[in-house]
Write a protein that binds this ligand. Structure first.
Ligand code: TYD
Length: 139
């Protein structure tokens, strides 16, 4: 549980890029370039134009969100402040700490949103109503 987290605890992490004439490789290693163990990986793709994803917060889950292809915006909201992060490079990831409301918008055609998550899928970890989120944040 992290009701005290703010959007300023979320940050964009520059990942490595191993480059040669035949392309690039980026690696993510738990507890090395991200501060949690990776329990789950999922990815969003074929997102229709104009559709918004997310629209929830997590009580405990930490995530690294990467635009593996294309681009999209992540709106972060801690109940008091909001900021929009554009993700558009596969070697940058947005670390989202627990207790942050997030929305994913403006998906480009062919965008792939890769998410590395610190826990297995757990329905009870989700806060899906913004009013419940504000109560959780004690606002
Ligand atoms: P949801 O988290 O609502 O998607 P988003 O926040 O990207 O809009 O998940 C959509 C559906 O997928 C929902 O029925 C739950 C299911 N789901 C799983 O079963 N396992 C998972 O790891 C994830 C992320 C979602």
């Amino acid at each position: 549980m992290n009701p005290e987290s703010t959007i300023y605890n979320c940050c964009v992490i520059e990942l490595n890029k191993i480059h040669n004439r035949s392309g690039n490789i980026t690696t993510v290693e738990e507890n090395l370039n991200i501060p949690f163990n990776i329990e789950r990986v999922y990815y969003l793709y074929d997102v229709p134009s104009g559709v918004e994803r997310g629209g929830h917060a997590h009580k405990e889950l930490q995530q690294l969100i990467v635009a593996a292809s294309g681009c999209f915006d992540v709106v972060l909201d801690d109940g008091k402040n909001k900021k929009v992060i554009e993700l558009n490079r596969p070697n940058y990831g947005l670390l989202v700490v627990p207790g942050i409301w997030r929305e994913l918008i403006n998906f480009s055609s062919g965008a792939i949103c890769l998410v590395l998550a610190s826990q297995k899928y757990k329905v009870t970890d989700y806060i899906r109503e913004h009013n419940d989120f504000l109560k959780f944040k004690k606002i």
